[in-house]
Design a protein around this ligand. Structure first.
Ligand SMILES: [Zn+2]
Ligand SMILES: [Zn+2]
Length: 409
């Protein structure tokens, strides 16, 4: 089996793995590094089939670039396919607005969807000598670990979360010879999720009851919806803005992926979804809590809300997702400043961070490896991969680098 990472080996982002085995040539994901402008993986190489683990841009953002030059069947769950549509169209819009080099166009996005083969969790399909089955990865709705059988069995986890959340059930181990696993949190463990949620709710209560507003910058995919569920019992006026609203609609219209669809629908019914600027003005006056994109404060409606409350020391910004180096969110946590329309501002608001990651922590990854008990582990999507290797000296690890082809026999 020949494996080559076109991206995402020693870094968190732009995952793209090419795998050749007997008569099959496949690729897993083809994502971007969501920088300004985005960074792409190595140029596409021809394969017959592409398997997508989940909708996040660091796994899908470069797919239209692939379809600009090549054709291949695209395998994804219905939820992943439906969630990709708005985010790729949004990427096209950003490319236009920011004057980035136009690396793909509307036709490429159309071609991608014309090549789509929808897959279901647990159902096997034959692609030449290859058998493929997606299993839930517990990361966001529709996310898949792809299990394959060819000369050997191998599984690519994509992004992985092994515990149950409000939105999803955690990933379960699947027996396999070769495990290709993400390692975003290698070397780091998360605080107990229930305790973080309690601390977040207590902090929101404190701010709102002292007359302030809480801004919750959230990712559109998965986090917005989980946040709505977390806050469902809090008797406050909650507004939701940004692309998270379209994704919530997709979550309601695509059955079979949420842990408790009825509870999700009820939770969405509790919040006010913002559809226009008039409602945005209303939210600034009326809201106790505003859940809005972007999760790292690099654009989206969130900046308008921060601008509106910046001088109000009773109000707060609570971040809940990983803040990539170089983003406004990271700068807010480290220096208390952000850039809005070219100006640096230092909000007087309270700033706090609550770790609600959708990536398995170090101990969860160790446990997952032991449960799968593979012959070989290929680690990717991490910048501290050796920490996992150190924790499991009895296992055989490969820590590949982008662009270097290697073989497993
Ligand atoms: Zn992800
Ligand atoms: Zn990722």
């Amino acid at each position: 089996m020949k494996i080559k990472f076109l991206g995402g080996a020693e870094e968190v982002g732009r995952l793209a793995i090419k795998i050749e085995d007997r008569d099959s040539k496949i690729m897993i994901d083809y994502g971007i590094e969501p920088e300004k402008p985005p960074e792409y993986p190595l140029p596409p190489e021809h394969v017959n089939d592409i398997f997508v683990t989940h909708a996040h841009l660091d796994h899908t953002g470069a797919l239209p670039v692939y379809y600009h030059s090549f054709k291949a069947n695209l395998h994804a769950t219905a939820m992943t396919a439906n969630s990709i549509k708005p985010i790729l169209n949004d990427s096209l819009k950003i490319m236009r607005l920011e004057n980035y080099t136009k690396v793909f166009n509307e036709d490429d996005v159309d071609n991608l969807f014309k090549s789509l083969v929808t897959s279901k969790y647990g159902e096997s399909m034959e692609v030449g000598s290859l058998t493929a089955i997606p299993y839930t990865a517990g990361h966001i709705p529709g996310s898949s670990m792809w299990w394959f059988q060819n000369s050997k069995s191998f599984m690519v986890t994509g992004d992985l979360y092994t515990k149950d959340t409000n939105l999803l059930s955690g990933a379960k181990p699947v027996k396999t010879d070769i495990l290709m696993m993400e390692s975003t949190y290698a070397g780091r463990d998360h605080e107990d999720r229930d305790e973080v949620i309690q601390r977040l709710k207590d902090s929101i209560k404190e701010v709102v009851e002292s007359g302030g507003k809480v801004i919750l910058p959230t990712f559109a995919i998965g986090r917005t919806q989980e946040m709505v569920m977390i806050l469902k019992d809090m008797n406050y006026t909650i507004y939701v803005d940004g692309m998270g609203n379209s994704i919530s609609r997709i979550y309601m219209e695509t059955p079979g992926f949420l842990r408790d669809p009825k509870l999700f629908r009820r939770s969405i019914g509790r919040v006010i979804q913002i559809r226009n600027n008039r409602m945005r003005k209303e939210a600034i006056e009326e809201a106790d809590v505003i859940i809005t994109t972007s999760g790292m404060l690099d654009g989206g409606p969130v900046l308008g809300y921060i601008d509106a409350y910046a001088q109000d020391s009773k109000s707060a910004i609570f971040l809940t997702g990983y803040q990539v180096q170089g983003t406004n969110g990271r700068s807010l946590l480290e220096n208390g400043t952000i850039q809005i329309a070219g100006a640096t501002i230092k909000p007087a608001m309270k700033i706090d961070f609550f770790d609600l990651s959708a990536h398995a922590g170090h101990s969860d990854l160790v446990k997952f490896i032991k449960d799968v008990d593979p012959e070989t582990i290929v680690l990717c999507h991490g910048d501290q991969r050796e920490k996992l290797q150190e924790s499991l000296p009895e296992y055989n690890f490969i820590l590949p680098y982008n662009g270097h082809e290697f073989e497993i026999n």
